[in-house]
Design a protein. Structure first.
Length: 72
């Protein structure tokens, strides 16, 4: 009986299917997005469903901030 070999992609090859990202400082990104939002640029709506990666500590801070109620 002949041996049957199965070929599996290496882990690096699996990650190649993911679109490569661009790294940018939050301090550089926020003013641009805020300006586009304030001035109602239509192109910004094209990206509203896109996902972005953030660090775990920024996520924790944002979640805590979201649950805070503004003081009077």
């Amino acid at each position: 009986m002949a041996a049957h070999l199965r070929v599996f992609p290496a882990p690096d090859e699996l990650e190649a299917d993911i679109e490569p990202g661009i790294r940018i400082r939050l301090g550089d990104l926020l003013p641009l997005v805020a300006m586009a939002q304030r001035q109602h640029f239509i192109w910004l709506q094209d990206f509203l469903d896109d996902e972005v990666s953030i660090s775990t500590d920024l996520h924790d801070v944002l979640m805590a901030f979201r649950s805070c109620k503004p003081s009077a």
